[in-house]
Design a protein around this ligand. Sequence first.
Ligand code: ADP
Ligand code: MG
Length: 246
Amino acid sequence: MSAKIAVKGLKKGFITDQGLLQVVNGISFDVADGEFVAFVGPSGCGKTTLMNIIAGFDPPDEGTVKVDGASRSGPSAKGILISQHGSVFPWLTVQQNLMFGLNGHAPSNKEQLADHYADLVGLKGFEMSYPHELSGGMLKRAELARALVVKPEILYMDEPFSALDALLSLRMRKEFLRILAEERHTVVLITHDVEEAIHLADRIFVLSARPAHIKATFAVPFEHPRRLSSPEAQGLKESILRELGV
Ligand SMILES: Nc1ncnc2c1ncn2[C@@H]1O[C@H](COP(=O)(O)OP(=O)(O)O)[C@@H](O)[C@H]1O
Ligand SMILES: [Mg+2]
């Protein structure tokens, strides 16, 4: 079977005042259809740069990204990026934000779909609220719902929960897993949180410090719901932290 996402030999650098800053240094990997992969790496190693290339927002200097076997040079409708900095429109209500990306539906259907997904992420009753009226956690829910409502084949997530406190982040992960159990997507997650990666992913790629390359790959063989305090999960966490040099 061919891969859902096939990435080969990605390289990327930026021209700065100090000269060329090499950021991504030869990254290759495949993601199977329906698979959940996570990248963990130190801050500043090139995670967001890598994600922007994979999601099609930035061209690499070298290498290719194929989705369903087709090379791609821009963002595709098959995938949605949830960025580190958020992407809801502040001037639209939750419902309007969710309806924004829905084409080809009758208006009443759009409303229904928007409200269904608001409900799914726990935002029932806040459909008419504006982003500034929401807490940080609710805003993240809105982001997630906005991505899910268009039923993307691929979800690209760049540190989606890292702005949240530990408790909220854990709750969001649990809800995300519940949603994924109902509606399977292929997911590429980027995070600096090893525990988050172990909680969510089927496979974890450990990135080196900048310029980023894949230092190690770990399968996460645990059934959901996962107990992060289990000796196996703790052992995996230690192995990953060791690769990260911690
Ligand atoms: N557009 C750009 N121009 C110049 N340097 C950049 C640009 N984008 C990112 N960088 C640099 O690339 C490095 C990696 O950044 P980034 O991919 O955001 O890291 P991470 O997401 O892992 O924290 C950083 O040193 C950053 O300053
Ligand atoms: Mg980043």
